[in-house]
Design a protein around this ligand. Sequence first.
Ligand code: GLC
Length: 561
Amino acid sequence: MSKKWYKEMCVYQVWPRSFKDGDGDGIGDLKGILEKLDYIKSLGVDAIWFSPLYASPQKDYGYDIADYYNINPEYGTNEDFKAVLDGAHERGLRVIMDLVINHTSDQHEWFKKSAAGDPQYKDYYIWRPGKGKNGKKFPNNWMATFPGDGWKWNEERGEYYLHLFAVEQPDLNHDNPAVREEVKKIMRYWLDMGVDGFREDVITYISKKEGLPNGFPLPAARGMEHYSPGPNLKKYLQEYREVVKEYGDRLQLGEAPMMTPKNALKYIEGEDRVLDMMFGFQHMEADCFMISWIRLPFSLKKLKKIYNKWQTRLYGRGINANYIENHDQPRNISRYGSEKFRFESGKALCTMYTFLSGAQFVYQGQEIGMSNLDYEKWDDFVDVSTFSTKKLLEKLKVFSDNKIMKMAKYAARDNARTPVQWDSTENAGFTTGTPWYTVNPNFTEVNVASQENDPDSQLNFYRKAIALRKEYADAAVYGQFNLHLKGHKQLFVYDKIGENGTKLTVIINLSEKEISSKKALKYLCPRATEILSNYKDEVGAKLRPYEARVFACNLNACHEE
Ligand code: GLC
């Protein structure tokens, strides 16, 4: 497989509102980001992906855009963004913008004009008359991903509009060529400014089946089979691809719920691919059924099976986008790891995914071991999807209030959105004002400052792992994945073999219980040397809780012996 920067990149994701406040109003902003560019660079990453920075009423914290051409005033100005962009470029960091084009905010001018019936904008969204005698029945049975009805009545227009997310996020009508031209204009605006690519939000939803037929009568996500993906997805993506191609070496990364490796390849394989890679979700379902709210015991077996599928099917054909956290997922230490063994498990999870083939993504705070918040009451949550899920669960009348609260504590996206813990001073050094959202009280133990100078900290472990992934790119990024001990419930053992003969062997005890190391060590070459470990001493007869080791050897040298 040809070698390219984006295949090897490690990307740091910034969710701006909670990253760093630079002006003391309690809200993260571009001034804060500018202050922390050196920190981001120090991780050894190649790029930053910014969750939406655009003007937005923040109903879905930026994923509801009211103006694609301007920075949200709470975060700064377009000039402030330019300063961050230039600052990143000066440091050799590329910048990837979030592009949210499945929907806008209901406060966007287009929507207001569309609702008013303005001839130029009337078909920018997906409007349908109501059904039934009184004309008030929904046009079809689709549901929104933030659970609830997929349609909202608009009094002014006298019609329903489709919203696959919050009520305030009306879906754009990409079947309208004028909408696609608007999208291209937006892309050009930011590409002209110098951004290096886009992370395209729920991009696989942008085309809906003609006639909007009813979906299978499921209790959630009803209708999904008609838009995920829809019939014209590839055609529209091709058009957007052409724009990006005009600018040369830029990146397109699509968020793709429900994606399988087989389907992903239809979009990401070959020279005529329409996206460079996709964020799949399956590996985030090893402790749940479809969504983290429907919790199941963590199954390492399931996780390994999913990784095996993606790693082997995409081998030599497409690039995986490897992540274990983002702004939509609760913190991973609280899910696949263990808060009791915070740093052991944090480092083990880092090891687990760093050496998988593909590009790597690290979410703010992941590198220092941030974990879920210990929520006590509903007032402590702020995310729109938390409340819509709560409402749906209440309606089902199957779970007690207590149980629903417990589910939310484990699963809510809010967990990922607490301010980054910079140091042990007030508000974790995130702001000098009042933080817009609760700081996790564990900030006195878990923060950047305390880990900076500790060579054994999780932060420095991440730096080391990221650097090793680069150093051993042939095997780590491009190599062939071989999974061992497939059915084992505690051990995650795989090797990666690069074309240059380098073999990496990754051995992890992904559990709180000690286990004999014998089975795992069987896969080691006799000449292999250890390159990474989260325990200080040499590997022994037992692997301790979350013990993780990576070994390297050169197969050519081994065979010569
Ligand atoms: C994506 C985003 C998520 C957002 C949703 C609607 O899944 O990552 O944060 O709420 O799309 O835009």
